[in-house]
Unconditional design. Structure first.
Length: 280
């Protein structure tokens, strides 16, 4: 008989402690789901996530799996100040051994979370705080969404916006504004950052020949920069203009509402970038 243990445990505020316990539990055959209150706190528990969970399969020659999910809210917009407002997906994407998911819609979040729980590798599941209030009808019954498969949220022919998480919504808003001026924008929601759906990127770039990457993260050292480099290296012949990036500023996230709103991309910034890459 297989014994299945489930439960919700309200632990002390010790990110390193409960992340470490989750890694150990996963190594013993359980499938723990850990929630950090903010992704900023990954700095407190970097060792169990980056040095233990991410590397264990390799270090044991494939003998030990670590099927753990680390859920963590990210992003600005709630006036949570510098230590609670960052987008740190680039840190996790840089670490081999981790899978990184950053959905936008409730449908995608449910389907991808179920896939993450079933996955035998450690998964970092990043959720933008301002998406929690969004409501939508989701499919009835059992369903999952494969990890590593992007989704075209809007078809277009003139320029490709590649993005994820909350910036999908902002990109769709910008696309509607640009449509009024006759500019047809395609919006590709990566959904999963690692593994990356490179085929979807090749398809959209080969279709529009213009690329804008939108991400709330700080521009310097960003995952958007990594994507830009990959596209420039491998798809240069498909590009009719350099890749444009729209990211957060290279500053600490402010507490002031006015300054915070200036710190991350908005639809108007995306509109401006699309026009620039199209030389309009």
């Amino acid at each position: 008989m297989n014994l299945v243990l489930t439960g919700v445990y309200d632990t002390p505020i010790s990110e390193s402690g409960f992340c470490g316990m989750a890694v150990g539990a996963a190594m013993r055959g359980m499938r723990p789901i850990v929630e950090l209150m903010y992704n900023d706190f990954m700095t407190v528990c970097a060792d169990p996530i980056l040095n233990q969970a991410a590397k264990m399969r390799y270090m044991t020659g494939g003998q030990v799996e670590v099927p753990v999910v680390f859920r963590m809210p990210m992003g600005a917009g709630r006036r949570n100040a510098s230590q609670h407002s960052q987008c740190l997906e680039a840190y996790f994407c840089h670490m081999p051994g981790l899978k990184v998911i950053a959905p936008c819609t409730a449908t995608d979040a449910k389907g991808l979370l179920k896939s993450a729980i079933r996955d035998n590798d450690p998964v970092v599941f990043m959720e933008h705080k301002l998406l929690y209030a969004h409501k939508e009808e989701i499919p009835d019954g059992e369903y999952t969404i494969p990890i590593g498969v992007a989704d075209v949220k809007r078809e277009g022919t003139d320029v490709s916006i590649i993005t994820w998480s909350r910036d999908v919504d902002f990109s769709l808003e910008a696309a509607e504004e640009l449509a009024k001026e006759g500019i047809n924008v395609e919006v590709l929601d990566l959904r999963t950052l690692v593994p990356l759906d490179w085929d979807a990127i090749v398809k959209t770039v080969s279709k529009t020949h213009h690329v804008v990457i939108v991400s709330e993260e700080v521009k310097r050292g960003s995952y958007a920069g990594e994507l830009s480099a990959q596209i420039a290296e491998d798809l240069l012949d498909e590009l009719d203009a350099p890749v444009e990036r729209v990211c957060g500023l290279n500053i600490t996230s402010p507490f002031s509402p006015t300054l915070e709103d200036m710190n991350f991309p908005h639809p108007a910034d995306i509109v401006k970038a699309v026009k620039h890459v199209l030389n309009k």
